[in-house]
Design a protein around this ligand. Sequence first.
Ligand code: SF4
Ligand code: FES
Length: 203
Amino acid sequence: MGEIVIQIDGKEVKAKEDMTVLEAAKSVGINIPTVCYDGRLEPYGGCRICSVEVETRGRKNIVVACVYPVEKNLIVRTRTEKVDKIRKVLLELFLAHAPDSPILQELAREYGADKNRFEKETSFCILCGLCVRYCAEVKKKNAVGFIDRGTRREISFIPEIAAKECWNCKECFPLCPTEALQAAYVFTEALTSSSPNFPESEK
Ligand code: SF4
Ligand code: FES
């Protein structure tokens, strides 16, 4: 795989042709915040917190760094006024779902996001998809998935699969940036507590 040179925040960065902007930045220690990114999973581009400004052939655009591929002579700016504003508003929207999330609170401090700007949402889930994708791509179990569409979109455990697979796995729990996942599991567990597959200690 060939190497190309791009510029990130004024610094020349050598990147492999198949890298994303996020990977190229990471390779030289430049931090771009992420919420839905996990290096073990296929790029998703769901949360948009990693938005950056790119300039190519004189044109500036805001793109999602975790899915945007590097290209020769690309100029990347990770902290412009516009970029910071986008991150701030996104964080305020996420905090309406999960105001006590430590990950979101830490980012909120950095970008001056106000957790009370938007009306509280009933769901804790910010639809980052980490749990769904981890279970499907790494564990190959599909025990948790998205249900409904639009504003009603939510994650849900599939009780029949969860009863067999989840009680001794739970590897997705620490991936969740909010408490939504654990709560959904506890709920599923309660629904299926009569199932012989949930051991006594887990009920
Ligand atoms: S439950 Fe957590 S990990 Fe799963 S999609 Fe929602 S916020 Fe992301
Ligand atoms: S980390 Fe890039 S879109 Fe979520």
